[in-house]
Design a protein around this ligand. Sequence first.
Ligand SMILES: Nc1ncnc2c1ncn2[C@@H]1O[C@H](COP(=O)(O)OP(=O)(O)OP(=O)(O)O)[C@@H](O)[C@H]1O
Length: 297
Amino acid sequence: MEPIAVQLNGVSKMRKRRIIGPIDLAIPEGYVVAILGHNGSGKSTLLNMLQRVVLPDSGQIMWFGQHYEGELPTELREHIAFVADGGGSEEDNITAVEAARFRAHWYTRWDAKFFKQLMDDMDVPYDVKLKKLSKGERRKFEIAAALAARPRLLLLDEPSSGLDPFAWKVMVEQFRNFMADGDTTILIATHIADEVKRLADYIVLMHRGQSLGMAEKDVVLDQWREIWYEGDLRPESIPGAVESKQEAGAIRVITTRVVEAQERLELAGNRIMKIRNLELDEVLQYWIAGYAPTLWR
Ligand SMILES: Nc1ncnc2c1ncn2[C@@H]1O[C@H](COP(=O)(O)OP(=O)(O)OP(=O)(O)O)[C@@H](O)[C@H]1O
């Protein structure tokens, strides 16, 4: 069995408008996991609980197989890096060089050479107070500093926020290189399909404070198809059919079992006109409605 980076057992947090949880989740070590969900679904609360900025009201969290009462010990915290979604910080009035010096003290695996290389590649100035950087530059600095910490657990809240499309493309390359030669587990809270498509290995879907499970990204993107066909086969008899509609003499059916569906249609002598993969947001809509893809474990 794969080693687990973080495990949540019945973790919940009471918020004014809703309860987040109870969440049961096991995140395998060394993968990129996207926590997907609409606004207010509990993604940031989950990330905050994983760095103990927010304390759960009940349930248990394990980090690399260990449970801790109270504050997380330094030996663990120096292996966790977090990039929040915007906002200033206590580092506002210092430069990137000074911030790097500070972080090098804190993170024992700090990689100064890698930090410089990332900052140069992304063209971020070193000698300007962090609060004077543009939104995108600040974001790049935060991500460079998080990667240079060589954390075992990296928590990212909407990493592409504030980056222009070109900068985001460069950033994706940096993440991929980073993942290729490291053992870091990355959790990305997001509702941006491109972040998921380009980076994630797994998807966790959060909805109204609940986790609807975790599935491999490739399964999520591959399993759902829209088939258009002509003929007299009733859509309800097509394997995996979850929805169908008659339009302009053709039938449109959504299925999770495309191979069997195709066989059934061909066997019945119906003509398949078009088959299309569903987009991520379409799949999520069905997942939320109760038609989950094949879940991991
Ligand atoms: N500090 C807080 N105090 C009270 N309620 C909070 C607090 N932080 C978040 N909430 C509430 O908890 C729920 C989940 O919020 P959270 O920020 O975790 O969602 P999210 O999925 O990250 O949303 P978004 O996509 O908008 O960033 C929301 O209803 C929010 O109003």
